[in-house]
Ligand binder design. Structure first.
Ligand SMILES: [Zn+2]
Length: 252
Protein backbone atom coordinates (compact mmCIF):
# COMPACT_ATOMS: atom_id res chain seq x y z
CA UNK A 1 0.00 0.00 0.00
CA UNK A 2 1.43 3.41 -0.97
CA UNK A 3 1.84 6.15 1.57
CA UNK A 4 -0.94 8.23 -0.01
CA UNK A 5 -3.40 5.36 0.16
CA UNK A 6 -2.33 4.78 3.73
CA UNK A 7 -2.73 8.45 4.66
CA UNK A 8 -6.03 8.57 2.82
CA UNK A 9 -7.35 5.73 4.91
CA UNK A 10 -5.66 6.91 8.08
CA UNK A 11 -7.49 10.22 7.93
CA UNK A 12 -10.64 8.76 6.46
CA UNK A 13 -12.71 10.83 8.85
CA UNK A 14 -11.78 13.09 11.75
CA UNK A 15 -12.28 11.51 15.19
CA UNK A 16 -15.64 12.24 16.82
CA UNK A 17 -15.46 12.95 20.55
CA UNK A 18 -16.83 10.12 22.68
CA UNK A 19 -19.73 11.24 24.85
CA UNK A 20 -18.17 11.82 28.33
CA UNK A 21 -21.02 10.06 30.14
CA UNK A 22 -20.73 6.98 27.92
CA UNK A 23 -16.95 7.02 28.36
CA UNK A 24 -17.24 7.24 32.13
CA UNK A 25 -19.82 4.42 32.28
CA UNK A 26 -17.87 2.14 29.99
CA UNK A 27 -14.40 2.54 31.45
CA UNK A 28 -15.80 2.53 34.98
CA UNK A 29 -17.34 -0.92 34.38
CA UNK A 30 -14.09 -2.61 33.37
CA UNK A 31 -11.37 -3.65 35.82
CA UNK A 32 -8.80 -3.13 33.05
CA UNK A 33 -9.02 0.65 33.46
CA UNK A 34 -9.38 0.83 37.24
CA UNK A 35 -5.72 1.76 37.85
CA UNK A 36 -5.52 4.62 35.35
CA UNK A 37 -5.33 8.17 36.69
CA UNK A 38 -7.19 11.13 35.17
CA UNK A 39 -4.37 12.04 32.78
CA UNK A 40 -3.99 8.44 31.55
CA UNK A 41 -7.76 8.09 31.10
CA UNK A 42 -7.88 11.34 29.09
CA UNK A 43 -5.10 10.10 26.79
CA UNK A 44 -6.79 6.72 26.50
CA UNK A 45 -10.00 8.48 25.41
CA UNK A 46 -8.19 10.42 22.68
CA UNK A 47 -6.61 7.19 21.43
CA UNK A 48 -9.96 5.38 21.51
CA UNK A 49 -11.51 8.21 19.48
CA UNK A 50 -8.71 7.90 16.90
CA UNK A 51 -9.23 4.15 16.68
CA UNK A 52 -13.00 4.53 16.28
CA UNK A 53 -12.41 6.94 13.40
CA UNK A 54 -9.85 4.67 11.79
CA UNK A 55 -11.15 1.13 12.23
CA UNK A 56 -14.36 -0.42 11.01
CA UNK A 57 -16.19 -2.43 13.68
CA UNK A 58 -18.72 -4.72 12.05
CA UNK A 59 -20.95 -7.49 13.32
CA UNK A 60 -21.15 -10.77 11.52
CA UNK A 61 -24.50 -12.41 12.14
CA UNK A 62 -25.93 -10.22 14.88
CA UNK A 63 -27.04 -6.69 15.73
CA UNK A 64 -24.74 -3.76 14.95
CA UNK A 65 -22.48 -2.90 17.89
CA UNK A 66 -23.97 -0.10 20.00
CA UNK A 67 -22.12 2.86 21.45
CA UNK A 68 -21.10 1.13 24.68
CA UNK A 69 -19.76 -1.91 22.85
CA UNK A 70 -17.78 0.22 20.41
CA UNK A 71 -16.33 2.41 23.17
CA UNK A 72 -15.43 -0.59 25.34
CA UNK A 73 -13.70 -2.24 22.41
CA UNK A 74 -11.82 0.89 21.35
CA UNK A 75 -10.70 1.67 24.91
CA UNK A 76 -9.44 -1.89 25.41
CA UNK A 77 -7.59 -1.81 22.07
CA UNK A 78 -6.09 1.54 23.08
CA UNK A 79 -4.72 0.33 26.44
CA UNK A 80 -1.64 -1.55 25.09
CA UNK A 81 -0.64 1.44 22.94
CA UNK A 82 -1.33 4.10 25.60
CA UNK A 83 2.36 5.09 25.64
CA UNK A 84 3.11 4.05 22.05
CA UNK A 85 0.40 5.80 20.04
CA UNK A 86 -2.30 4.79 17.55
CA UNK A 87 0.21 4.59 14.71
CA UNK A 88 1.31 1.23 16.15
CA UNK A 89 -1.99 -0.13 14.82
CA UNK A 90 -1.46 1.16 11.30
CA UNK A 91 -2.06 -1.15 8.37
CA UNK A 92 -5.24 -2.89 9.52
CA UNK A 93 -8.77 -1.64 9.36
CA UNK A 94 -11.43 -4.04 10.51
CA UNK A 95 -12.71 -5.73 13.64
CA UNK A 96 -15.35 -8.36 12.94
CA UNK A 97 -17.55 -9.40 15.84
CA UNK A 98 -18.95 -12.92 15.89
CA UNK A 99 -21.82 -13.70 18.26
CA UNK A 100 -20.03 -16.61 19.96
CA UNK A 101 -16.85 -18.64 19.78
CA UNK A 102 -16.51 -20.08 16.33
CA UNK A 103 -15.14 -23.37 15.11
CA UNK A 104 -11.97 -23.29 13.08
CA UNK A 105 -10.36 -26.23 11.33
CA UNK A 106 -6.91 -26.43 9.83
CA UNK A 107 -4.36 -28.96 8.69
CA UNK A 108 -0.75 -29.25 9.71
CA UNK A 109 2.03 -31.33 8.18
CA UNK A 110 4.70 -32.65 10.54
CA UNK A 111 8.39 -33.27 9.80
CA UNK A 112 7.57 -36.78 8.48
CA UNK A 113 5.00 -35.45 6.02
CA UNK A 114 2.04 -36.74 8.01
CA UNK A 115 -0.91 -34.37 7.64
CA UNK A 116 -3.21 -33.98 10.64
CA UNK A 117 -6.51 -32.16 10.79
CA UNK A 118 -7.42 -30.07 13.80
CA UNK A 119 -10.52 -28.27 14.99
CA UNK A 120 -10.95 -25.91 17.89
CA UNK A 121 -13.15 -23.16 19.31
CA UNK A 122 -11.71 -19.72 18.82
CA UNK A 123 -12.50 -16.59 20.86
CA UNK A 124 -10.44 -14.31 18.70
CA UNK A 125 -8.01 -14.36 15.84
CA UNK A 126 -5.89 -12.05 13.72
CA UNK A 127 -6.26 -12.92 10.05
CA UNK A 128 -3.42 -12.85 7.55
CA UNK A 129 -4.06 -9.29 6.38
CA UNK A 130 -4.65 -8.00 9.85
CA UNK A 131 -8.41 -8.03 10.31
CA UNK A 132 -9.33 -9.03 13.84
CA UNK A 133 -12.09 -11.50 14.61
CA UNK A 134 -13.51 -11.46 18.11
CA UNK A 135 -16.18 -13.48 19.81
CA UNK A 136 -18.72 -11.07 21.17
CA UNK A 137 -19.82 -13.33 23.99
CA UNK A 138 -16.72 -12.60 26.04
CA UNK A 139 -16.26 -8.93 25.32
CA UNK A 140 -18.72 -7.55 27.84
CA UNK A 141 -17.14 -9.21 30.88
CA UNK A 142 -15.01 -6.92 33.00
CA UNK A 143 -12.13 -9.39 33.00
CA UNK A 144 -12.15 -10.14 29.30
CA UNK A 145 -8.61 -9.98 28.02
CA UNK A 146 -9.13 -11.56 24.60
CA UNK A 147 -8.92 -8.09 23.02
CA UNK A 148 -5.53 -7.47 24.65
CA UNK A 149 -4.39 -10.89 23.39
CA UNK A 150 -5.33 -10.11 19.78
CA UNK A 151 -3.81 -6.61 19.97
CA UNK A 152 -0.53 -8.18 21.15
CA UNK A 153 -0.63 -10.30 17.98
CA UNK A 154 -1.28 -7.13 15.94
CA UNK A 155 1.79 -5.46 17.44
CA UNK A 156 3.81 -8.64 16.87
CA UNK A 157 2.63 -8.64 13.24
CA UNK A 158 4.21 -5.23 12.46
CA UNK A 159 7.57 -6.89 11.76
CA UNK A 160 5.88 -8.91 9.00
CA UNK A 161 5.83 -12.14 10.95
CA UNK A 162 3.94 -13.18 14.06
CA UNK A 163 6.79 -14.75 16.02
CA UNK A 164 6.54 -13.36 19.55
CA UNK A 165 8.96 -10.54 18.80
CA UNK A 166 7.22 -7.18 18.22
CA UNK A 167 9.28 -4.26 16.92
CA UNK A 168 11.51 -3.47 19.89
CA UNK A 169 12.60 0.05 20.88
CA UNK A 170 16.19 1.07 20.13
CA UNK A 171 17.25 0.72 23.77
CA UNK A 172 15.98 -2.88 23.86
CA UNK A 173 17.94 -5.99 22.96
CA UNK A 174 16.28 -8.49 20.58
CA UNK A 175 18.67 -11.29 21.60
CA UNK A 176 17.74 -10.87 25.25
CA UNK A 177 14.03 -10.82 24.35
CA UNK A 178 14.25 -14.10 22.45
CA UNK A 179 16.44 -15.77 25.11
CA UNK A 180 14.17 -14.85 28.00
CA UNK A 181 10.93 -15.74 26.20
CA UNK A 182 12.30 -19.04 24.88
CA UNK A 183 13.66 -20.05 28.30
CA UNK A 184 10.33 -19.30 30.01
CA UNK A 185 8.45 -21.03 27.18
CA UNK A 186 10.56 -24.19 27.64
CA UNK A 187 9.99 -24.11 31.42
CA UNK A 188 6.24 -23.85 30.88
CA UNK A 189 6.29 -26.70 28.35
CA UNK A 190 8.12 -28.95 30.82
CA UNK A 191 5.51 -28.17 33.51
CA UNK A 192 2.63 -28.77 31.09
CA UNK A 193 4.18 -32.09 29.99
CA UNK A 194 4.24 -33.23 33.61
CA UNK A 195 0.62 -32.15 34.05
CA UNK A 196 1.53 -29.31 36.37
CA UNK A 197 0.29 -25.74 36.49
CA UNK A 198 2.64 -23.06 35.29
CA UNK A 199 2.73 -19.30 35.83
CA UNK A 200 0.67 -18.85 32.62
CA UNK A 201 -2.21 -20.88 31.25
CA UNK A 202 -1.34 -23.93 29.17
CA UNK A 203 -2.18 -22.22 25.87
CA UNK A 204 0.90 -19.99 26.27
CA UNK A 205 3.06 -23.12 25.83
CA UNK A 206 1.96 -23.42 22.17
CA UNK A 207 4.61 -21.07 20.80
CA UNK A 208 6.61 -17.93 21.56
CA UNK A 209 3.91 -15.78 19.94
CA UNK A 210 1.16 -17.25 22.12
CA UNK A 211 3.39 -16.89 25.18
CA UNK A 212 3.84 -13.20 24.32
CA UNK A 213 0.10 -12.68 23.79
CA UNK A 214 -0.95 -14.50 26.98
CA UNK A 215 1.76 -12.76 29.03
CA UNK A 216 0.50 -9.44 27.62
CA UNK A 217 -3.03 -10.26 28.84
CA UNK A 218 -1.58 -10.91 32.29
CA UNK A 219 0.57 -7.76 32.09
CA UNK A 220 -2.56 -5.60 31.83
CA UNK A 221 -5.05 -7.65 33.88
CA UNK A 222 -2.94 -9.11 36.72
CA UNK A 223 0.38 -7.27 36.59
CA UNK A 224 1.49 -7.79 40.19
CA UNK A 225 1.10 -11.56 39.84
CA UNK A 226 3.05 -11.54 36.56
CA UNK A 227 5.80 -9.40 38.07
CA UNK A 228 6.13 -11.87 40.94
CA UNK A 229 5.92 -15.10 38.90
CA UNK A 230 7.84 -14.07 35.76
CA UNK A 231 9.88 -10.95 36.71
CA UNK A 232 12.09 -11.10 33.60
CA UNK A 233 9.08 -11.34 31.26
CA UNK A 234 7.39 -8.52 33.20
CA UNK A 235 10.48 -6.31 32.79
CA UNK A 236 10.60 -6.90 29.03
CA UNK A 237 6.89 -6.16 28.61
CA UNK A 238 7.24 -3.02 30.75
CA UNK A 239 10.05 -1.85 28.47
CA UNK A 240 8.09 -2.68 25.32
CA UNK A 241 4.68 -1.25 26.31
CA UNK A 242 6.39 1.58 28.22
CA UNK A 243 3.92 1.08 31.05
CA UNK A 244 4.63 -0.06 34.59
CA UNK A 245 1.30 -1.74 35.18
CA UNK A 246 2.32 -3.34 38.50
CA UNK A 247 3.39 0.04 39.92
CA UNK A 248 0.11 1.45 38.65
CA UNK A 249 -1.81 -1.30 40.45
CA UNK A 250 0.10 -0.70 43.68
CA UNK A 251 -0.56 3.05 43.38
CA UNK A 252 -4.29 2.44 43.60
ZN1 LIG B 1 -3.20 -16.10 20.12
Amino acid sequence: MGILTWLGRRFRRPPDPIDPHLWHETTGASALFADLNADELARLKTLAEELLAEKEIVASDGPDPDGAERVNLAATCALPVLELGARWYRGWWTIVLFPDVYRRSWTEEDEFGIVSEYEDDVEGEVLQYGSVILSRRNLAGSNSTVVIHEMAHQLDRITGEIDGVPPLHPEMNAGEWVDVFDRRLEELRRLVDRGRRGPLEEYAAESREEFFAVASERFFAAPVILERSLPDIYALLRAFYRQDTAARRRRT
